[in-house]
Design a protein around this ligand. Structure first.
Ligand code: ZN
Length: 490
């Protein structure tokens, strides 16, 4: 048994991951020994790939234009996009998905169309905002960054802005046109998120003249998360949600939170020090948690009827925006100082697995073994790392690496050697990010005999699945906000 090497490697990835906001399905070649430089290269690649995964939520405005006036319609009309293929799927009614650029395929278009239907993109948006499409929307699918950049330029953007946006955003909306770069939305979760996020902007563009940027983005991120929730397991989704929120708690810890209504131009210029959209998302989740979706819809409806933004906010939520901003800041500050209070892990073991699970709680160097067979397990990991539950414990095994204060590991030790993709498995397990009382499923890892380590976002390996991760209800102040996102069904 030797977890140390892979745990060490996993740690180096975690350090990188602290700077990014979302872990999706990814695979890393872990070459040890002389090929270490290659590892660095690969990790850097992952960093970029992770960063790009995260960009659909990143601070630079992904949907900038709330009114059509910034782009001369005649100019846009004079430069029609080259439509490679459009299936004209009738079930999508007002939504036209088209391929742009040289490499985008009809298959990609079809994939997007199917996902829009499967996720119920439009019904998610309508359910949240109480408004729907008034006219057709065009979704342009670009295969890679250069196609994306070309599509943005055709929306009458300067070459430089298009280049910047193509690099930094996972999707873009102008009026009733959405551009989606497929290279930035490789997992179903990311794509579902981006499509629902951008569709929210289109619905606003078609129904409301202006609304505060933070509300626009906050609702778009909220909806995007609803979209993502449709295609991910509950454990993966809750993990992603917590890791995103934790980036804002980090900012709160440093006392660097900006007010919600910080100058939109700062965001447009890309001069933000952190991801404002995520703060906007938590703000909207808080409003939904305290006042319900109907209050959000009332606010939007008033703005649709040209009631002044601040008056509409007071009427809908019974307080001025500034008061709400202060209470949100207080909530985030409080959440950022929460102590870890332990977690209950629900685990399902099928007859495909016989052996042990070993748990290394965060901040400890003791792998604690559980003897498991076919069945459901509820494992309580206390704040100090002690385990309790209905299972047989095995002798503790010391870990040679130093304690990792922010990650809880579950390692699988099957009696029979496992194979993965036809290759012999050396070790495998699940990692959880632990931070401010929040326990977030981070990924599953499988290390193969050939030196490769595969990471996936699915909490299931060799007959062992994590089916629940539950913090104490009295824990982090963000839990009611997550519950609000959880409760909204479509
Ligand atoms: Zn947006």
């Amino acid at each position: 048994m030797n977890q140390s090497q892979d745990r060490g490697f996993h740690l180096s990835i975690s350090v990188v991951a602290i700077f990014v906001t979302m872990v999706s399905v990814l695979s890393i070649i872990n070459q040890c020994g002389p090929a270490m430089s290659k590892v660095e290269e690969q990790v850097d690649g992952v960093w970029r790939s992770l960063a790009s995964h995260a960009t659909h939520l990143s601070g630079i405005a992904r949907s900038v234009v709330h009114d059509g006036s910034r782009v001369p319609a005649t100019l846009a009309a004079a430069m029609p996009h080259k439509v490679v293929s459009a299936s004209g799927n009738k079930a999508l009614a007002n939504i036209h998905v088209v391929a742009v650029g040289s490499d985008t395929t009809a298959k990609q278009v079809q994939h997007v169309e199917q996902l829009i239907q499967r996720v119920g993109v439009l019904s998610i948006v309508s359910h949240t905002v109480g408004m729907s499409l008034q006219k057709p929307v065009t979704i342009e699918i670009a295969d890679d960054e250069s196609d994306y950049q070309a599509a943005l330029q055709k929306l009458a953007m300067t070459k430089q802005s298009a280049a910047n946006l193509a690099e930094d955003t996972g999707g873009f909306t102008q009026n009733s046109t959405i551009v989606i770069p497929m290279n930035q939305n490789q997992s179903e979760g990311d794509l579902a998120n981006t499509l629902t996020h951008e569709m929210t902007h289109v619905v606003f563009n078609q129904n409301i003249g202006t609304l505060p940027s933070w509300l626009n983005e906050g609702i778009a991120v909220f909806d995007g998360m609803q979209g993502q929730k449709q295609v991910e397991s509950a454990v993966t989704f809750a993990g992603d949600e917590r890791q995103l929120a934790e980036t804002i708690l980090d900012v709160a810890q440093k006392h660097q939170l900006q007010p919600l209504f910080a100058d939109e131009q700062v965001i447009l210029d890309g001069k933000t020090s952190y991801d404002y959209e995520l703060q906007d998302w938590l703000a909207v989740s808080d409003l939904v948690s305290q006042h319900g979706l109907t209050a959000i819809q009332d606010d939007l409806q008033m703005m649709q009827q040209h009631v002044n933004e601040s008056t509409a906010f007071i009427r809908a939520f019974g307080q001025p925006e500034s008061t709400f901003n202060a209470s949100l800041t207080a909530l985030l500050n409080k959440a950022s100082t929460t102590k870890n209070q332990g977690v209950q892990l629900q685990c399902n073991v099928t007859q495909d697995f016989t052996g042990e699970l070993e748990i290394l709680p965060q901040g400890t160097t003791n792998w604690q073994g559980l003897d498991v067979s076919d069945g459901q397990y509820s494992i309580d990991v206390q704040a100090d790392g002690k385990l309790s539950g209905q299972f047989k414990t095995l002798p503790v095994v010391k870990d040679n690496n130093g304690a990792d204060a922010r990650t809880l590991y579950i390692s699988l030790l099957p009696k029979q050697p496992e194979t993965y993709q036809g290759k012999k498995v050396i070790n495998s397990g699940f990692a959880f990010d632990v931070h401010d009382g929040l326990y977030a499923f981070e990924n599953a890892w499988v290390s193969l005999k050939d030196g490769q380590t595969i990471y996936t976002s699915t909490p299931s390996l060799f007959g062992v699945s994590i089916t629940g991760v539950r913090e104490a209800a009295t824990g982090n102040a963000l839990l009611p906000l997550f519950a609000a996102q959880e409760k909204v069904s479509n």
